[in-house]
Design a protein around this ligand. Sequence first.
Ligand code: PEP
Length: 253
Amino acid sequence: MVRRKNLIAANWKMHKTVSEAVGFVRELQKSVGTFDDREVLIAPPFTALLAVSKELSREDFFLGGQNCHWEEKGAYTGEVSVPMLKDVGCRYVIVGHSERRHIFKEDDEVINKKVRAAVKWGLVPILCVGEMLEEREAGKTFEIVSDQLEKGLKDVDLLDGRSVVIAYEPVWAIGTGRTATPEQAQEVHSFIREKLSGSYGKDIAHSVRILYGGSVKPSNVDDLMKEEDVDGLLVGGASLEVESFRRIIEYQQ
Ligand code: PEP
């Protein structure tokens, strides 16, 4: 069984110009200590990918796209393909973020096509799943997460547990300042691992990294990372400042 390396990912959303992105990465790489149990991922806007790629010099730092199209190329104005992301140095791509699901109306079928495209052309998709507040209050969290997971991973053959990352992001916690408690996160993460175990077997399920996302900040990171099935974080707002993201990367378990 492969030991899981934690992944701390920055999702910058629609923030930072090229020079801001490059300056940030330069400073972050200098200030973050080196740990052999964790990796760092930066997902800037498309416009800054190439410049950030050139600036990344540490072996424990990786680059990711925030979205992709499922075709290799073609007449899809405004879209970017997986091979194009690979070409600029990406290793990961975020797929099915709740902002893509809700603002841009991406459904599970589209998300599944993107996951399959990423795996096919050699990027690691970070598949985001998570319930809305009313779904949690109606006791439907497991049902929703299970459904999104099943549909998102439909017909995805995993060679090993490092071919995909799952991010549990309760929608009510994204950008709201309201974080899931470590117990709430652990409960859903262990449920996700069980589900993966049913589909892919125990060995693969135990090597898939399951990230938590939703208002992660320096003040709650240590407790979240103490949970057994929390293998990293997807961080939005708190990844935009070097000092707060550095502190998050340097969490203490
Ligand atoms: C996100 O965008 O994936 C996210 C979790 O945002 P925030 O950390 O700001 O809640």
